[in-house]
Design a protein around this ligand. Structure first.
Ligand SMILES: Cc1ncc(COP(=O)(O)O)c(C=O)c1O
Ligand SMILES: N[C@@H](CCOP(=O)(O)O)C(=O)O
Length: 462
């Protein structure tokens, strides 16, 4: 399988190179040259597979330059760290299907991809005899999952930028109490979008990228999206045969829902993807009204989705524009100039054959946590609640709604307590964080300052 860029200006590369490249060197995002098709017969066979077996079946379609035995080993090791034997169990709660994605080490869906990516990096760096400096942006969950995936690894440094005081307190502790010499947290005085912008600019500085061997852990890295495709298949395989589903996906950076889109394109019987945002609703405005115009980031009770500029939207645009990189380049030039991308009626009709959407306000999110808890005893985290709220309101076509539960509620204890008036019990790995020493550098949203910090710290170790 070869990979190309949404901006069309790189020669095709293989999977291993795509993982190492992260952001494409022409500023675009990497995608497979073609999307493998999964037949109904194969889908039927996949119904009997365990999660790691299914992960191997899906990922090997895209990672054909890694020997099968090695890939199997990487996958088995990555999912051995999960606390649930099914890795991503599908649980029915009063008729609502909840796909629990939070049984990994840091209790959010990011672990599903980042446990694997950490092991993949280690494997590829060993093969090449190289070292790497990872730079990532987080609104709270990617950071801790990425750190957990690579902490203590000899040939990797990791630098994670998060918006200062805008994650939940537990999310901040999950990152800043990791004191391994290779882990560096930077609290940026700004928003997640500022953090992501700095990271992208550093990747686009090709001299710096090469000199410091930058690696990406955000969903700009193709391997992140690929690993997330697996659980869409897994959920479907756990439902009665012949089921057609609508996945409700709480959305921020458009990575998770793009993985669902890809699963659909591969042949999974998905009726629609329900794109659910909080009040940072540029993506739901796009689906509903064709209005893709940038606004200000606002703080919500689902802070991991406090994002305006979703990086994976570019991958979707590539397909919406008939795989035409010139059209993608033009759209992003217009966005940079005017703060918006206009869409034709025909394009919007296409979008609406694939997506439903909703934007869920603060009160609605808390009310959903409260009513769901009252009726079922199940505690939703605020991000999952955004998706559940959307599913209850919008899925009316007879398809089975499957709601992605993207984080454990204890990570967002304040919001949950506000909703149900009782504290959520802390799982042991979160309770253990209280009172631990922490380390974090607070900085202005200044790319040069971050660059100097990386140079200094990377120079000390590598
Ligand atoms: C808990 C949680 N839910 C949902 C999302 C949204 O996922 P995505 O950014 O892939 O759209 C994120 C991160 O963005 C998250 O951390
Ligand atoms: N919600 C995310 C934002 C970054 O998204 P990513 O999927 O591109 O890594 C987070 O928790 O950091």
């Amino acid at each position: 399988m070869k990979y190309i860029s949404t901006r069309g200006n790189i020669a095709p590369i293989n999977f291993k190179e795509a993982v190492m490249m992260g952001l494409a060197t022409d500023g675009g995002l990497l995608l497979p040259e073609s999307i493998p098709q999964v037949s109904p017969e194969t889908l039927k066979e996949w119904r009997t597979l365990s999660y790691p077996e299914l992960a191997f079946a899906v990922i090997s379609l895209y990672a054909d330059d890694i020997p099968a035995a090695d890939l199997r080993g990487l996958i088995d090791r990555s999912y051995a760290t999960f606390s649930h034997p099914e890795i991503t169990p599908l649980v029915a709660v009063n008729g609502v299907q909840i796909l629990e994605l939070f049984h990994g080490p840091t209790l959010a869906f990011k672990d599903v991809a980042l446990q694997l990516l950490g092991n993949l990096f280690e494997y590829l760096l060993k093969e090449r005899g190289e070292k790497m400096n990872i730079i990532g942006a987080t609104s709270g969950d990617t950071g801790s999952a990425a750190i957990a995936g690579v902490r203590g690894k000899e040939n990797i440094n990791i630098f994670i930028l998060h918006p200062h005081l805008k994650t939940s307190p537990i999310q901040a502790l999950q990152m800043t109490t990791v004191l391994d010499a290779n882990v560096h947290n930077i609290a940026v005085k700004g928003t997640f979008d500022d953090c992501q912008q700095i990271v992208k600019e550093l990747f686009n500085d090709l001299t710096f990228k090469k000199e410091y061997a930058l690696g990406a852990v955000n969903s700009i890295n193709w391997a992140r999206v690929l690993a997330q495709v697996v659980y869409y298949f897994y959920a479907w395989c756990r439902l009665p045969e012949g089921a057609e589903v609508t996945f409700a996906v709480p959305t921020g950076n458009f990575g998770d829902i793009f993985a669902g889109y890809l699963a659909k394109r591969m042949g999974l019987p998905v009726r629609k993807l329900l794109l659910a945002t909080n009040e940072n609703n540029i993506l739901s405005r796009f689906v509903e009204a064709g209005d893709y115009s940038l606004g200000q980031v606002v703080q919500t009770v689902s802070p991991s989705m406090d994002i305006q500029l979703a990086s994976n939207f570019e991958r979707y645009l590539f397909y919406l524009y008939g795989e035409d990189p010139a059209h993608v380049r033009a759209a992003f030039a217009t966005l940079a100039e005017t703060g918006r991308i206009p869409f034709t009626q025909e394009e919007m009709e296409q979008v609406r054959t694939e997506f439903l959407s909703c934007s869920v306000g603060e009160e609605q999110t808390l009310a959903t946590i409260a009513s769901f808890h009252k009726e079922t005893g199940y505690i939703l985290d605020p991000h999952t609640a955004v998706g559940v709220c959307g599913a209850l309101e919008k899925v009316k076509d007879g398809s089975i709604p499957v709601c992605l539960a993207t984080a454990h509620p204890a990570k967002f204890g304040d919001a949950v307590q506000q909703a149900i008036s009782t504290p959520t019990p802390l799982p042991p790995q979160l309770a253990a964080l209280e009172g631990l020493p922490s380390r974090c550098e607070v900085m202005d949203a200044d790319r040069s300052a971050v660059k100097r910090f990386v140079e200094e710290k990377a120079g000390q170790r590598h």
